[in-house]
Design a binder for this molecule. Structure first.
Ligand code: NCD
Ligand code: ZN
Length: 332
């Protein structure tokens, strides 16, 4: 059995920089036609100059592959209308991180508050620049996303024309909130469709499955699966593939992030196939995102075959999800 996906999109991707960029970028550009590139470098991507230079480094790393890096800026509350008007030409979205909530987010906003962020959000709304948010509070780790839901709802109500992407949602609460507001959308990762906290810490600790937001409860995973498998038009695939060197993962103080870019398409095909929903994969991996972000990607057809694929143990010492395991689909 085979399936062809037209223009697969990864709407949340970490490509890093320098040597890591050279290792991971070709693994995404091989299987995807475009990806939203996260700006959480050190220092973060905050100027038009940064965006252009980073995009060029990505293009250099992928060689001749037909792949469009869709760039983002790291949200700062001092971005004004004139700056954003100029930046719009070079970016697809702006990513907001609460300060210190995840890898390289120290320069994020100290309080996600609609009135103090109003000038920037108003300008983004007028300029039709989508706002991507890492939505977690600084509360108890299992409750962080749930506690952030009222913030999403407040922003969605205060700025009804602003497209807000709830990034890498992990809870049923987020799925419910998404359905209550026309201008809320969400990305869903591969790993949150496969695992719960049990897989991370229920037995021997699995550092390669440790990420932010942490995987949640079975009922949360079920809620995510439901909207993903039906390809609900408000959700789209965003891998949040977040590579770290093996030494940073297999260590005390394990870095957060699951590396899924090279196995994302086969693992998604396996999942949708298992649930008898292969016909919805195209919408989840591409069509929904095109409508939400209102763009036409480069044309690229990727064919997958139902055939055993043994996932490599690592890619230059970056360990992918399912390392050493067998998946039932492979990219041809
Ligand atoms: C991401 C990273 O490593 O950059 N880590 C993660 O656990 N997902 C940052 C993020 O998206 O939170
Ligand atoms: Zn991320």
């Amino acid at each position: 059995m085979k399936i062809t996906i037209n223009s697969p999109l990864d709407m949340h991707l970490h490509l890093r920089d320098e040597d890591m960029l050279k290792v991971v970028a070709p693994l995404s550009s091989k299987d995807f036609t475009a990806a939203i590139i996260m700006p959480n470098l050190l220092p973060p991507v905050t100027t038009i100059q940064d965006v252009k230079a980073y995009k060029q480094r990505i293009k250099d790393a992928i060689g001749d592959d037909n792949f469009e890096p869709l760039m983002t800026l790291f949200f700062k509350d001092n971005y004004d209308y004139e700056f954003l008007k100029e930046a719009k030409e070079y970016i697809s979205a702006i990513k907001l991180y609460p300060a210190g909530i995840t890898t390289n987010s120290e320069g994020g906003v100290s309080s996600v508050d609609a009135s103090s962020l109003a000038p920037t959000l108003k300008a983004m709304s007028e300029l039709e620049i989508p706002l991507c948010i890492h939505g977690e509070s600084d509360g108890f780790v299992m409750d962080r996303e749930k506690e952030f839901v009222p913030v999403y709802e407040h922003l969605a109500t205060a700025f009804p024309k602003l497209k807000i992407i709830m990034e890498h949602i992990t809870t049923k609460d987020s799925v419910d909130a998404l359905k209550r507001h026309d201008n809320l959308y969400a990305t869903i990762t591969l790993h949150h469709l496969y695992i719960t906290l049990d897989d991370v810490a229920g037995g021997m600790l699995q550092p390669h499955l440790f990420c932010k937001p942490i995987a949640k409860r079975p009922e949360d995973k079920e809620a995510l699966l439901q909207v993903a498998l039906e390809a609900n038009p408000k959700v789209m695939f965003g891998s949040d593939s977040a590579p770290h060197p093996k030494t940073a993962k297999e260590a005390p103080g394990c870095a957060a992030g699951v590396f899924t870019a090279p196995i994302a398409l086969p693992a998604l095909a396996q999942l949708f196939d298992k649930h008898g929903k292969l016909e919805n994969l195209q919408a989840f991996i591409s069509d929904n995102a095109q409508k939400i972000y209102n763009f036409k990607p480069l044309k690229k057809d990727i064919t997958l075959k139902k055939e055993e694929f043994e996932v490599p143990a690592n890619y230059n010492n970056v360990v992918p999800m399912f390392a050493g395991e067998k998946l039932s689909w492979k990219v041809l």
